[in-house]
Design a binder for this molecule. Structure first.
Ligand code: AHM
Ligand code: MG
Length: 328
């Protein structure tokens, strides 16, 4: 018996919110549809590039677009036609995109990174899409920024799609983490990973070590501990440079991913609203942890839609070892 993501979300909604009218599953179907469109494009990336070099149009005569622009447009379109969506925030758009919806229908704010790690596209390495969903605050006739600047702990759902050796959709609606693998023969995301749990510890750490000379305390000492076996086990390093793919491995295998602040970038590189928040929600739902080095990511109060944050996430044991160093 296969369970598709649509069936699963509908069942979850019925058991969590009996009598709910399917608005939320309709909203999520906008994301799954857009990500299927994106993955179809990604799978042909090399072919489209060839066509693009011959005059900027592909074989169908469509204007060639960079994949990250295409991914953004697919999400804005697929979500924008659903009247549950009031505000969209995207890495690709300077300002929020708003829709004139009655407050009783336009209940949701959706925040996303349409194509994370897109510099990896050219070399055929995994990339991803990340999303985060909030309810629009009650009194929100106000500016759309305010609706988007909510603490991560208020997310009603979050997830990502990793376009890897297979395409996987992973999400949480606050009741555990579920993974679905796209079956290309039927075009549906099929439940493949039920109640994902992050192992209590792992054997990988994941960081851009080229920046190590610029990390503040206690990061160098922490990395030395991991390398020296001070946590009681051997570590190997893995760093893809696509956050979704690095996170996905950390979720399944355990260990730790970190993008610390550097001397030149005090807030690191990653973005709070559409990278750290959704992945932190998933990490916690799977039994892991996520902080900015001091504070739980989900407790941070955002002040700007594109703000950056240092980001550490992973298994409980590795995260607690870091916290012990940070507390000294
Ligand atoms: P992007 O949003 O421009 O793709 O940048 C985010 C990406 C993440 O996927 C990844 O974790 C990080 O940048 C890698 O950065 P670096 O090359 O500095 O290690
Ligand atoms: Mg990104």
């Amino acid at each position: 018996m296969i369970v598709t993501v649509q069936q699963h979300i509908a069942q979850q909604q019925e058991s969590l919110y009996p009598g709910a009218r399917g608005t939320f599953s309709w909203l999520l179907s906008g994301i799954t549809l857009a990500t299927k469109m994106i993955q179809a494009r990604i799978r042909r990336a090399g072919l489209l590039d060839v066509a693009g070099s011959a005059g900027g149009t592909n074989v169908q005569g469509e204007t060639q677009q960079k994949l990250d622009v295409y991914a953004n447009e697919a999400l804005v379109h697929c979500l924008g036609v659903r009247d549950a969506v009031a505000v969209l925030v995207s890495e690709e758009n300077e300002e929020p995109v708003t829709f004139d919806r009655a407050p009783e229908t336009g209940k949701y704010v959706v925040i996303f990174d349409p194509l994370d790690g897109s510099s990896n596209i050219d070399v055929n390495v995994s990339v991803g899409t990340i999303f985060s969903i909030f309810l629009r605050p009650e009194a929100s006739g106000g500016p759309p920024h305010a609706a988007a600047l909510q603490q991560g702990s208020r997310q009603v759902a979050a997830g990502y799609v990793v376009y890897g050796s297979s395409t996987m959709f992973v999400y949480t609606a606050g009741n555990g983490v579920f993974g679905f693998t796209l079956d290309p023969n039927i075009g549906a995301f099929v439940l493949s990973h039920e109640h994902l749990r992050m192992p209590d510890y792992g054997h990988y750490y994941s960081v851009n070590e080229a920046n190590a000379g610029k990390f503040p305390a206690p990061y160098p000492e922490y990395l030395a501990q991991l390398r020296d076996g001070a946590l009681g086990r051997e570590y190997s390093s893995r760093y893809i440079g696509s956050l979704v793919a690095d996170f996905h491995r950390t979720l399944l295998k355990g260990g730790v991913f970190l993008y610390p602040p550097t001397r030149t970038h005090a807030q690191g590189k990653l973005r709070l609203l559409y990278e750290a928040n959704p992945l932190a929600f998933i990490a916690e739902q799977a039994g892991g942890l996520a902080t900015d080095g001091q504070t739980r990511i989900l407790d941070l109060q955002p002040t700007g839609i594109h703000q950056r944050t240092p980001f550490l996430t992973g298994s409980r044991q590795e995260m607690e070892a870091f916290a012990r160093l940070a507390l000294r």
